[in-house]
Design a protein around this ligand. Structure first.
Ligand code: T4K
Length: 429
């Protein structure tokens, strides 16, 4: 790791990059490798790879127990879990959801020709704003789909009241919120059902995976059948279904990961604390507050770059980090309503979502998890501090070099730092 104490230490000035290996947002946590391999060997020995195997059953039981829920139905990923629960609840027409979320939340509805109707968010919490929901409800509305973004629970009680008043179903995308609580109750126990993701990038992962958690017996039974083609027995099918099953190796990884849950949260929490100190008093840089009495997993480090107060733009700061081999991400830019097919829908196109627009323009997600240590975080914070302190030079340098570094910013093309690194100093100055 190369220290970044002043402007001349930055890679855009020709200095070595801060990190020889890329730091990612969402680098998977491993947990106990030996325990995982032992389970995988057992799976191979027993030749039972999928279809409600022993490890899937154990994973489901452990998840349900840890959340105090009656049922956990494991699936191949979080998106399919959402699709199945939406289908099992018989949702139709329109569903109100926040525009500021991962695109899978909207797609899970639209995939079944249900129109996502986008509500605005609370600018402080980034969560669906209950006050923006009621005016969106029409006779076609069948549900509200809240998202516990960044692991922060939605403002559940007003959502429950609105759902009750209008006879709507309430469900939650809890992809980010495993291990989190709201008013002392674990996420997983709210609404008709809650959906988790155990994708590789989640702090508890099953390589790919997801789960529906509910305490509704009838719904649980239906989802269990639906994720296995609707089979009720060898020769009888009770519902339309799909193949949404989790396989045994994923479940083995999930169990192994669950066994390290407390350790992962401790690491994330400690990392968060280093970010709090490292980013203190940088003008226009605000770390999303996660502390409090509730349980949190701290798996996303969310920074707001305030365009009014910060001399450098969010995107220039992100590019600066990429030149140093820190792949910060601007989740969930530009918001679902600005992505296809939704932006082409006239009704959504007309939506006025000022808080969503502002937050999508200013959020930057920084690396955390098992693979990031305190000194790496201190260096990341120093890069940010230097970027803010020398905003003009940094932005000019980024422009002069017309850096083609960010594969997800099409305006910059696909190349990476390696493509422009040598000779950069001559180009810039
Ligand atoms: N609802 C919400 C609110 C969600 O956030 C998500 C998923 C879902 C529903 C759907 O759940 P799943 O169907 O995915 O279970 C990532 C994840 O793919 C996605 O699961 C997650 N949310 C979303 C927030 O982030 P990308 O497009 O950022 O993925 P990608 O491939 O760029 O990976 C992120 C970083 O992690 C990269 O810098 C590389 C690193 N990485 C990734 C993988 C897969 C690794 O180092 N190793 C790996 O194995 O979406």
């Amino acid at each position: 790791m190369n220290a970044k104490n002043d402007l001349r230490d930055l890679a855009i000035m020709g200095a070595p990059q801060a990190f020889p290996e890329t730091l990612h947002v969402g680098r998977p946590n491993l947990g106990d490798r030996a325990a995982l391999l032992e389970r995988v060997n057992d799976i191979l020995d027993r030749r039972w790879f999928t279809n409600n195997g022993r490890y899937v059953q154990e994973f489901e039981q452990r998840v349900a127990d840890s959340l105090g829920a009656k049922h956990c139905i494991a699936t191949c990923n979080g998106t399919v879990a959402l699709e199945i629960v939406i289908r099992a609840l018989d949702l139709k027409g329109e569903v109100v959801m926040p525009a500021f979320t991962f695109i899978a939340t909207a797609h899970a509805l639209q995939w079944q020709e249900i129109t996502p109707v986008f509500a605005d968010i609370d600018p402080t919490t980034h969560l669906i704003d209950p006050a923006s929901i009621e005016r969106l409800i029409t006779p076609r509305t069948t549900a509200i789909l809240g998202v516990h973004l960044w692991g922060r629970p939605c403002n559940v009680e007003p959502l429950e009241r609105i759902a009750r008043r209008h006879g709507l179903k309430l469900l939650f995308d809890a992809a980010h919120a495993f291990g989190c609580s709201h008013q002392g109750r674990m996420i997983g126990s709210f609404g008709e059902a809650e959906v988790f993701s155990f994708h590789a990038t989640k702090f508890v992962n099953s390589l790919e995976g997801g789960a529906v958690v509910t305490s509704n017996d009838k719904l649980a039974r239906k989802i269990r059948l639906m994720k296995n083609f609707g089979f009720e027995g060898y020769d009888s099918v009770g519902y339309i279904g799909t193949n949404g099953k989790m396989n045994e190796v994923s479940a083995a990884m999930g169990i192994t990961s669950l066994e390290s849950l407390d350790e992962f949260i401790l690491i994330n929490h400690a990392n968060y604390g280093v970010y709090v100190d490292g980013l203190a008093n940088i003008p226009g840089i605000k770390l999303l507050q996660l502390e409090g009495n509730e349980r949190r997993n701290f798996q996303y480090v969310v920074v707001e770059v305030d365009a009014d107060e910060c001399p450098i733009s969010r995107d220039d700061l992100m590019d600066l980090l990429w030149t140093e081999n820190v792949q910060a991400r601007r989740y969930f830019y530009p918001g679902c309503h600005r992505m296809e097919p939704y932006r082409s829908y006239r009704r959504n196109g007309n939506f006025f979502l000022p808080h969503t627009e502002r937050v999508a323009e200013c959020v930057l997600i920084l690396p955390t998890g098992e693979t990031v240590n305190a000194s790496a975080i201190t260096t990341i914070c120093q890069i940010i501090r230097l970027g803010v302190a020398h905003a003009e030079e940094v932005s000019r340098c980024l422009r002069v070099c017309s850096l083609p570094m960010h594969p997800k910013r099409p305006e910059y093309g696909i190349a990476t730092y390696e493509h422009f690194g040598p000779g950069l100093r001559q180009q810039a100055f």
